[in-house]
Ligand binder design. Structure first.
Ligand SMILES: [Zn+2]
Length: 60
């Protein structure tokens, strides 16, 4: 398996710290923003879309 660089799946920036979901990094900044973002906000759908990419990677 190829080792991914530590790049946040949400913002695409190189990050040293964050949470790993299925080997995909989500940086602390994005994690905090996701927690703060209300479901009704447009940005929430952006996060959901980014999260979907993780599942696509898993199943492909
Ligand atoms: Zn990020």
């Amino acid at each position: 398996m190829e080792q991914n660089a530590e790049v946040c799946i949400i913002c695409g920036r190189d990050q040293q710290t964050g949470i790993l979901i299925c080997d995909q990094l989500i940086c602390e900044q994005c994690e905090q923003e996701m927690i703060r973002t209300d479901v009704k906000e447009e940005k929430y759908h952006f996060f959901v879309d980014q999260m979907k990419k993780i599942w696509y990677k898993m199943t492909s």
